[in-house]
Unconditional design. Structure first.
Length: 230
């Protein structure tokens, strides 16, 4: 049982929204963290709490409390970082927090808005994050590359950057596969070469095809072609 003792303001708000059944569901969804650190709060409530505390004294104090005790605190923390409008401040808080990210939902749910208008400055940071030995820093870097650089600012070298990221961790490999499935939807002509020439790790190759075939953004014609490389 989680001990509800000496809670800070954000912890108090999280416990007010505790849902035991949802806590059990989350514990199964994120098996690599201690279930005792999960309170059981739904994402809309966490976003509401992040918005309520962003820019307040309690919110600023919360930023300085690392590591956090609870899974939901980490999510709230990243949701608050995503609201920072100043690019340099947002990057500083992101880099301060990334070493404490310990699971895929915390890594994946926050997308800083400040990144969108600063691609030139962001790209070297993304490359540094992807090169990290910390699984979730690397995963976050890959996700930012996927989110920000498969559109107008796309270059074929970004595909190689993702393909070269190796490691045995399931969540890291899944992110590379997610990246290529998205690339197959948004930059098909360039990314399909990695499938045709089998340039990816075998597991990632198969998973990329699977996710692309499941995507509504990939045409039926392309799906049928990709299936031939399973």
């Amino acid at each position: 049982m989680i001990e509800n003792i000496c809670l800070n303001s954000i912890q108090q708000e999280l416990f007010k929204s505790k849902d035991e059944k949802y806590r059990e569901f989350q514990a199964k969804l994120v098996p690599n963290i201690d279930p005792e650190t999960i309170i059981g709060v739904r994402t809309p409530e966490m976003r509401r709490i992040a918005k309520a505390f962003y820019g307040t004294n309690d919110g600023e104090e919360f930023f300085r409390i690392l590591p956090h005790r609870y899974y939901e605190e980490n999510l709230v923390h990243f949701f608050m970082i995503a609201m920072i409008k100043d690019f340099k401040t947002c990057v500083a808080e992101t880099e301060k927090f990334l070493p404490f990210v310990d699971c895929w939902p915390v890594c994946d749910q926050a997308t800083p808005k400040a990144f969108k208008k600063h691609h030139e400055e962001l790209l070297p940071l993304i490359k540094k994050w992807i090169a990290s030995d910390h699984v979730y820093t690397a995963r976050f870097g890959l996700r930012m590359l996927m989110n920000e650089f498969l559109g107008e600012d796309f270059k074929e070298e970004f595909l190689e950057l993702a393909a070269e990221k190796t490691g045995d961790d399931y969540y890291l490999k899944m992110m590379v596969a997610w990246f290529f499935a998205t690339a197959l939807a948004k930059q098909y002509a360039s990314s399909v070469k990695y499938i045709e020439n089998q340039k990816l790790d075998p597991w990632i190759h198969k998973k990329s095809i699977q996710k692309a075939v499941e995507s509504f953004r990939v045409s039926e014609e392309h799906k049928e072609y990709l299936k031939s490389f399973r």
